[in-house]
Design a protein. Structure first.
Length: 120
């Protein structure tokens, strides 16, 4: 899935942002670097970096809505560095995808690469 497809699908699933003052906006599209949103009051367009979008849990929840990632699941992260540490919680499959994206981004040093390499 490309970055544009992911942001479009999240928008279909209800992802929406407002202007910095809370003003209503409409989604205008995205590329690998930015998504464009236009204020409805004065028709000015502002750009949001994709990195910022990908760190927004609302983006992942809306993408999950479109891709049917709403199933509940147990999320577990285990780390062995000296003593073993484990964290677990009950969440939704979209949360798992968010964590996978963050891990892929850290390993690949770029969220753009994570989407372009068809990690999703």
């Amino acid at each position: 899935m490309t970055i544009q497809e992911a942001i479009n699908k999240a928008n279909e699933g209800g992802y929406h942002i407002h202007g910095s003052d809370g003003m209503e906006t409409s989604y205008d599209g995205a590329n690998n670097e930015f998504s464009a949103w236009t204020r409805t009051d004065n028709l000015s367009t502002f750009l949001v970096p994709t990195e910022e979008t990908f760190l927004d849990p609302h983006f992942w929840q809306a993408l999950g809505q479109t891709l049917d990632w709403s199933e509940r699941c147990d999320l577990v992260i285990t780390c062995v560095h000296g003593e073993e540490e484990c964290r677990q919680c009950r969440g939704s499959y979209w949360m798992f995808q968010l964590h996978c994206f963050i891990q892929a981004t850290l390993l690949l040093d770029s969220g753009v690469v994570a989407f372009e390499d068809d990690v999703y």
